[in-house]
Each structure stands twice: as C-alpha cells, then as structure tokens.
Design a protein around this ligand. Structure first.
Ligand code: GLN
Length: 488
C-alpha cells in the first residue's frame, strides 16, 4: 500500500476497496519502521491522523462524494501552522509552540479530506539547502543515508522517497521544494508566487515564500496543487484569478506528445559549477524532449547569473525584519526571565539561545544591507537586479513556452561536506533562484541517475501558466518513469 500513488490510494478509498484508516495505519507503521534512520519527521500525530481518517471513512460510508485525495495521508513541512500541533520551523526558538490556528493551506488540506500524518524536518526557518541547519538534527537521504536530502524541505522529500507518505507540502523561497525533489528522485512544484496562500506560513522572505506540493508522480503533484492553490483573502499578495488546470495538463502531458511546445535552453547556464554527470543526464533529458516533438530554442537571460548574489541580499533583508517577532515575548522560547534582566536583555539572550548560526548570519547580513548608509548600495541594487531578471524572463517567454535547466548543479552531497562554508551551500541554489525573484512557477521532475543518485530536471513557466510545467513534466515522466531508491 505504501508504494501506491496518491491518485490510486484516493480512488481505492473512494471505491471502498480500502479504508483511509488502513492507508493511514500503513504509513504510520512505515514511519515507525524507517524514520529512526531517515528522520524526515519532527512530529508524528498517530491519534490525530487516525481520528481524521476514521471521520473520512464514515463520510464515504454515508455515500458522500469527496475529492480525489480524500482519505490520503500527507506530511506537512514544519513551517506551516497546524492548530494544536507543534510547529517549530526547525528552530529552537519555537520549540513547544502549538499554533492556535490553521494556515489557509492546512484548512484546505483538511477540507479536501487529506489526513495529516505529522510535520517534517527542515533547515531552521527554511534557510539552507541541505536540512543540516535544522536545530533538531539533519534528515538523511533515503537513497544513501550518508548524504543530504536537499533543503530546506528535506524532510518533506525524504518522507516521499522513503514511502512514509505519498504526498507532502513544502515551501520554496529560493528552491526549497525543487532541490529536495531533485536529490531524492521525487517531484516538487513551486507554484506561481501568490498562487498559494502564505497565511499561516511562518515568514522567511515574504516577497519570495511560496508553499507548494510534493509527491512521487507529476499527476499526484498536480492533484495536490489544485487542492492548495487559489485566492485567499487572508493573504494580500494572493492572486484573485482561477487556478490553471494543472491536473488536466499533467494528464495531457503523460500521453508524451510535445509537438508545438517551444522549450528554452538558457545560454548563460553553461554548466560551469555543475557536475559533468548532472549535465550529461540533463542533456539526455533535453534530447528526449525533442523526440517527443518539442522544439528546443536557445535563449539568452544575461542577468540569471546575478540572481544568487541578489537573492542573498533580498532574502536576508526580509528575514531580518520578519524574524524580529521572535523576541521571547510572543512565541515559544524565553530565556533569562528571572527578574535580574531588563526586557531588552531577555530578548537578547533568548535570541542568542534560540537561533542557530545560519539564521544569525542572515539577520546580521540583512540588517546591514538595510541600514541607512548602505541601503542603496546593497538592498536597492539587488532590487534593480531583480527587475532585470524579471525582464529576462518576460523576453524569454516571448520566444518559448517553458525554460528548462538542471534543478541542482550536483547530486546529493555527503552530510557535512558544505556546512563549513556558507557560500558552498548557497551554490546549490544556482538554477532555482531566478524563478523566485521573478515569481513564476517551476517544477523539478526526476530525469535520471548520475553516480547512482537522482538528477532533477527543472521546468520554469510564465506566471500563472503553472499548467505548462505540469504538461512538460508529465511528458518527461512518461519517458523516464519514476525512480525507486534502494530498499531501506
Ligand atoms: N537555499 C535557499 C536559502 O537558503 C532557499 C531556501 C528556501 O527556498 N526556503 O535561502
């Protein structure tokens, strides 16, 4: 049962062939069996999950017609508020915090009948590319337990690859859905910014943060996308437009016909800084797209190479402001409140104890970049580069329907190999960040193996054309198939 797709599980539950309680129990058993080694979860909620599953079973037994994912279990990244269930964002500063409300996304999952198994591990406040910056210890890649599962949403991707959940939720600020997807051989989609609600998502960089769906197949990812996407009045940047037909597009793409589709290859992504094995799998994937009828067009996006430095000013700047709320007064941890310290001192020692080194580094960089003497030189310049990158995308999408690249420059790297030099960690984001600065959608789908480890193909589309990336992604999947990790 644990290897089934979410679509198949949902269909069987709806037809009464299996119950949601059985599907949920099978995944809870799998979590007990393997999560001691994988550490995809920070919190598992067996009672809550089985209670929700039983309620769905009762509604189905009553003849109610529910959605295609009703009764299917799901894992949720620990940065999304879940009422009454711990939500830590991977940080000690939120240890023990149980939100008094659900994020819009959580509400939509519950309303669609999905069963929340628990909360997944992540880099602290979603800052990182390997899940090694979690305050609760790393997640291990099910393909090779000595390697990273990508980040920041490594738990959500590892849970899929280890068959602990058929679906999961991630968030993508600079690649945190797509990179874990790529290095665990699973699918991860970053929707158009504003296409999914940020209400109840613990903010990292508000102009970039985008929650999205993760699964083992493109169709499952699209089904979950259509559950969580759509306008939300609680989020002022939510787009009041209909959600593109991503499920229809995925099904159409699965037929493997891409005739008439123009696919852009970015000239400036020369492969410099990427592993030769990754580039060779990527080129083979592009070749197979031409066999499906797609036309390959070389495009120029001259500012993409400046995306990484611009992002590493904009994201820390926004985080330095967003994380000011963690002051020991409102949420979670409070240290040193013994009457001997002033309020400011309590805030200071709480933040010192509660934040990890990467979060502190970003707060310091961001505060500096926003300071009055340097604002124009750093933050202002980065915003200008962001505009140029958006113009590159706009010009490119006059020539092509989608743009492809590798998702990550390298396969899953060994744990500990990049933590000593933050810049080495940031390089993992080379291909994923331009899309976030522009605000468009992008998906990572498995496209083969290099050194026995998964490689992801990234497909980027224009804003609110999320359906296009699902069509091309499903076509790739029709050729490559799904990747199965070695048994744990
Ligand atoms: N790796 C990037 C960072 O560290 C992206 C993180 C994300 O998408 N949440 O900021």
């Amino acid at each position: 049962m644990i290897k089934e797709t979410a679509a198949a599980l949902g269909a069987k539950i709806a037809a009464g062939e299996i119950t949601s309680v059985q599907a949920t129990q099978a995944h809870l058993d799998r979590i007990s069996e393997v999560d001691g080694r994988v550490h995809a979860f920070l919190h598992v909620d067996p009672e809550g999950a089985l209670r929700a599953a039983a309620a769905i079973d009762a509604r189905i037994a009553n003849g109610e017609q529910l959605g295609p994912l009703a009764g299917v279990p799901i894992a949720v990244k620990d940065v999304i508020a879940t009422k009454g269930m711990p939500t830590t964002a991977g940080s000690k500063i939120l240890e023990g915090w149980r939100p008094p409300y659900d994020a819009t996304l959580t509400t939509r999952l519950r309303e669609a009948g999905l069963v929340i198994l628990g909360k997944t591990n992540m880099d602290e406040f979603a800052m990182g590319s390997s899940t090694e910056y979690s305050a609760y210890g790393p997640t291990y890649n099910p393909w090779d337990l000595t390697r990273i599962p990508g980040g920041s949403g490594g738990g959500s991707a590892a849970a899929l690859a280890a068959y602990e959940a058929p679906l999961s939720i991630g968030t993508d600020t600079g690649g945190s859905i797509r990179q874990p997807g790529a290095v665990t051989g699973t699918v991860g989609a970053k929707p158009t910014y504003g296409g999914t609600s940020r209400y109840g998502l613990i903010a990292f960089s508000s102009s970039l943060d985008t929650p999205g769906p993760c699964a083992r197949t493109v169709e499952d990812t699209a089904l979950l996308h259509s559950v969580i996407a759509g306008h939300d009045p609680m989020d002022s940047t939510s787009i009041p437009q209909p959600v593109p037909d991503v499920v229809g597009a995925a099904r159409r793409g699965a037929a493997g016909d891409l005739s008439g589709v123009r696919i852009g290859l970015v000239r400036e992504f020369t492969g410099e800084g990427a592993e030769p094995g990754v580039m060779s799998v990527f080129r083979d994937a592009v070749e197979s797209l031409t066999k499906l009828g797609a036309e390959i067009v070389e495009i120029s996006c001259p500012h993409f190479l400046y995306a990484l430095p611009a992002y590493y000013l904009i994201a820390p700047s926004e985080c330095s402001s967003n994380l000011a709320r963690f002051d020991g007064v409102r949420f979670g941890l409070r240290v040193g409140d013994d009457g001997s310290r002033s309020l400011e001192e309590v805030m200071s020692v709480t933040r010192e104890a509660g934040f990890g080194p990467e979060v502190k580094r970003r707060i310091i960089v961001g505060t500096y970049a926003l300071s009055s003497g340097y604002y124009d030189a750093y933050y202002g310049q980065a915003q200008k580069v962001r505009t140029l990158i958006t113009r590159d995308f706009t010009a490119a999408f006059e020539q092509v329907d989608v743009i492809v690249s590798p998702t990550t420059p390298f396969v899953a790297f060994p744990l500990g190999s990049r933590t000593s030099d933050p810049y080495q960690m940031y390089l993992a984001d080379l291909y994923t960040i331009p899309t976030n600065l522009y605000g468009g959608p992008a998906i990572s789908v498995p496209c083969g193996l290099s050194e026995g480890l998964p490689v992801g193909l990234q497909i980027m589309a224009p804003t609110m054309a999320d359906d296009r990336m699902y069509r091309v992604g499903a076509a790739v999947e029709s050729v490559v198939g799904t990747l199965t990790p070695p048994a744990l």
